[in-house]
Each structure stands twice: as C-alpha cells, then as structure tokens.
Design a protein around this ligand. Structure first.
Ligand code: G6P
Length: 463
C-alpha cells in the first residue's frame, strides 16, 4: 500500500494519552496515516529570523509529523495576510472585509514554494499526497513545477464562492488554474462544487465530463463533493462518560430549572455571533414570560488575533453581550454567559447534552462540525433541538434540524420558541433522522471516500 503524505497549514500532534483534545479532521487523518504509514507536514506555528528549511520531526502513536518554522514576514503576508485577510473573507462572501495587497499575494506564493521545496525530498515515488485548505491551493502546482508526478489531491474546507464574487480577486484566474495540478479536488457540498464548476466552465472555458471530471487546457481532474463528518462513535461515548457527566452536572447545578441554549464557535465573523446575540435579544424582548427560564452559553475562543477584523468582532461582541445582559439580567439571572476560552472535547460533549437547544448559525460555513457534535452528544430518550443555519454546509445533510436564515433576528427568535415548545416525540423523531446521518457519514467514511477517489479506484463515487 502506498504511504500517505498529508499537508496542511497547521499540523495536529498525535494524541499523547487519553483525554487528548483533537478535532475530527485530525483524528481521521491521524488514523489514515497510522493505517497507511506516512507523514503529516505543515507549519509549526513558530517563527524564525531566517527561513532555513529545517524540518522538525516528531513521532508518536504510530505517526510522524514534520513541521517547519516561517519568517515573521511570511506569517504576516501568508497567514495573517493572503489566507486570512483576503481568501477567508472573500470565500465566506465578505467582500466588504476583504483586503487586496500585492505583498500578501507574493508572501502566499513564497510560502507555498517553501512548503514545496522542503516537503519534496520527503516524498517517495508512489506516495499519495493530500493537501488541505485555502492556505495551500497553489502547492500542487509548485510540486508539479519541481517534476513531481505522484497522485495529488486537494480538499477545500471552506465554501467556494460564486463566480461573481471571485472575480473581484486580482489574479483569480491564476489561482484557480493552479488547482488543475491536482488529480482530485474535493469540496464539502454540492453547492460549493457547483460554484467551482460554474467558474471553470464560464470563466476559464473548461468543460465537464462523466464521473465528475473537469477538463481545462487538456488537463482532466476529478472535482467531487465529499462532506466531512465527525468521529461519531467516540463522541457519543464521550457524551455518556464521566467527564461529560461532571460538566453536565455543573451546568444543571448552576441553573436549576432553566433551559440551556448553547453555541460553540471560534470567535470569527463568519459564525454569525452578532446576529445570534441580536436574535436572542429579540426572543427576550418578545417573550418576557420566558425571561429567567432560559439562558444562553456562548463559548467563543479567540482566533487569528493579529487580524483587525477579528479584533473588531471581539470588541463588538463584548459590547453587545454586555448591553443585553445589562438590560435583561436580574439579581439571580444572567441571559448570556459569554466565555472566551476553549474546553476539552469531553467537557463540550457534556455541555451539549445538557443543552435543550444547540444554536449553530454561521452566516456561511464550509461544513460546521459543531452541529454534528451537538447531535452526537444527545440523550436518545430526551434529545435537544438543533437550530441550524441554512448557509452552513452541514444543512445539506442535517435536514431535520430547525433550519434558519441566520441574518433574521425574527427567524432566530421564532426558532428558539419553536424548539422550547417542541414535544418530546417530535424531538426524538428529528434527532433519529439526524443521528442516522451523523453515524453513517462519519469522518472515516469521508476520509475513505476521498482517498478512494485519489487512488483512482474504479467506481469510486462521490457523495
Ligand atoms: C477553519 C479552517 C482550517 C483552520 C481552522 C482554524 O476550520 O478551514 O484550515 O485550521 O479554521 O483556524 P486557524 O487559523 O486557527 O488555523
């Protein structure tokens, strides 16, 4: 069996013991690496005064990780610049927040070249190479330019924007052309895949063929939709375990008789937190008899703190949560508990299980795994209700959630009332349909689906 080389901006160190705190993507990739052998390569998260190409290898749990340090200018232009000031907002439909600086583009290219130069000697002839996310779109082309002939796959974990938006990116054409260096390109939903095909056919003059193929200037690749899942079995077990029980009891004891509404998101403007708070405020305004009977816990660990738009959203949310609490709180009740730190997965599983409502309302999201984790954590005999943005990739699979337009405070408020009033039989019926999907299309299913396509297995069909 050929080895697997995973390349992404961030590298997740292998679990060192029980209670490790890894996301589903990391768990799946580490499992695939363990099974096939191989390396996970990426940025260490550290800087060095002068880039040396020195690789730091680490081994643990049957997996090898290999990381490089970048120069401060690289981090400014590539990570804080092109990746998170240009591509991230634009691909999340926020052209108003998108910055176009020539230096960002050259830093992005330079770091992709540095990745290619350093990873190239680690790769053997029949290794499969799988590149992840918007930080590294041109990496495949850089590798091909260095004579690389292996099977090469790319997965985008964020939305693919409509062509009209993408056209506002200077050198959009060049960026998209680089994707034709891969053999397989994956997206989480049919929607993102459609937007990609639309751009390629209408802007590049490419053509679509059978079996998800796309051809441009004589080069044919497969472009597929493969929705990522979570490590469902492990998460269900975590939710029933001791750490989760302890977290659940902490929640109950601090709020006897009140219904918990929970949100857990990186502190990012794409997550719709401002709109969520405003929707909740509308609910408090329109349902005075329910004030004091519910409370919201919003967990939002800060993210990308050097980027100004992230500083702004943080300041906005500080002010908004303060204003709502100031206006509606009572001597023995606070409507919003707003917490700017992260928690271990076991604790989150317990909090999700204690929550009558999971509020997952991004304005735009490639997938959103919190929605799936909330479902997996529920008590089958008395499950809570998932309120989900129809603009999250997850909405394509989780159709039995209460779907909302996250921009509408009215819809959010109505959805909260509907969820609070929902009879147990309906909650169970909806949850059973949701968990069925979350179990079937889990992260291992996703990983196998993509790798089968990448290997070129006959009959490998996308979702
Ligand atoms: C999103 C991206 C990932 C990224 C993660 C955390 O999920 O798709 O590629 O790693 O956010 O963001 P950060 O900037 O902290 O790596």
């Amino acid at each position: 069996m050929s080895r697997l080389i995973v390349i992404s901006n961030r590298v997740q160190p292998p679990k060192t013991g029980p209670g490790g705190n890894q996301g589903g993507l990391a768990v799946a990739l580490l499992a695939a690496l363990r099974e096939q052998g191989g390396i996970w390569f990426g940025w260490s998260g550290e800087t060095t005064e002068e880039f040396s190409g020195h690789i730091n290898f680490q081994q643990g749990g049957g997996v090898t990780t290999a990381t490089i340090d970048l120069e401060p200018q690289d981090v400014d232009e590539y990570y804080n610049g092109y990746a998170n000031r240009t591509l991230w907002p634009l691909f999340h439909y926020r052209i108003d927040l998108t910055e176009f600086e020539r230096d960002f583009g050259s830093g992005y290219r330079r770091v992709n070249q540095r990745f290619a130069d350093t990873v190239r000697p680690l790769i053997e002839d029949d290794d499969l190479v799988w590149v992840h996310d918007y930080h590294l779109m041109p990496l495949g082309q850089e590798l091909r330019d260095r004579g690389f002939r292996n099977r090469l796959g790319f997965f985008l974990h964020i939305p693919w924007p409509p062509a009209r938006l993408l056209l506002s990116l200077p050198s959009h054409r060049k960026l998209v052309e680089t994707l034709f260096a891969y053999d397989v390109v994956g997206f989480h939903t049919e929607d993102w895949l459609d937007s990609f095909r639309d751009y390629v056919t209408k802007q590049l003059g490419g053509t679509l063929g059978p079996n998800d193929t796309v051809t441009y200037e004589g080069r044919t690749i497969r472009a597929i939709a493969a929705p990522i899942g979570i490590e469902t079995k492990e998460f269900e077990e975590a939710a029933a375990g001791n750490d989760a029980r302890f977290a659940r009891e902490r929640m109950y004891m601090s709020s006897t008789g009140r219904s918990l509404i929970v949100g857990v998101d990186r502190l990012d403007y794409s997550k719709g937190l401002t709109e969520r708070f405003l929707g909740y405020e509308r609910f408090l305004q329109q349902n005075p008899e329910r004030n004091g009977l519910v409370y919201m816990l919003q967990i939002a660990p800060p993210s990308r703190e050097k980027v100004n738009t992230y500083q702004e959203i943080r300041a906005n949310l500080d002010a908004l949560s303060g204003r709502i609490n100031g206006e509606y709180a009572d001597i023995d009740w606070v409507p919003i508990r707003y917490v700017n730190k992260g928690f271990p997965r076991q604790t989150l599983a317990g909090i999700y299980r204690a929550a009558r409502i999971g509020l997952v309302t991004p304005l735009r999201d490639g997938m959103n795994l919190v929605a799936k984790e909330y479902v997996a954590a529920q008590d089958p005999s008395d499950p809570g209700v998932l309120i989900l943005s129809s603009f999250a990739g997850a909405a394509a699979q989780l159709k039995e959630a209460v779907l909302v337009n996250p921009y509408s405070a009215e819809e959010l408020s109505d959805a909260i009332v509907k969820a609070l009033e929902m009879p147990r039989a309906e909650r169970i019926r909806r949850w059973e349909a949701l968990i069925d999907n979350v179990r079937r299309e889990d992260v291992f299913w996703w990983c196998d689906l993509f790798l089968a396509a990448l290997r070129g297995d006959a009959g490998a069909e996308a979702a």
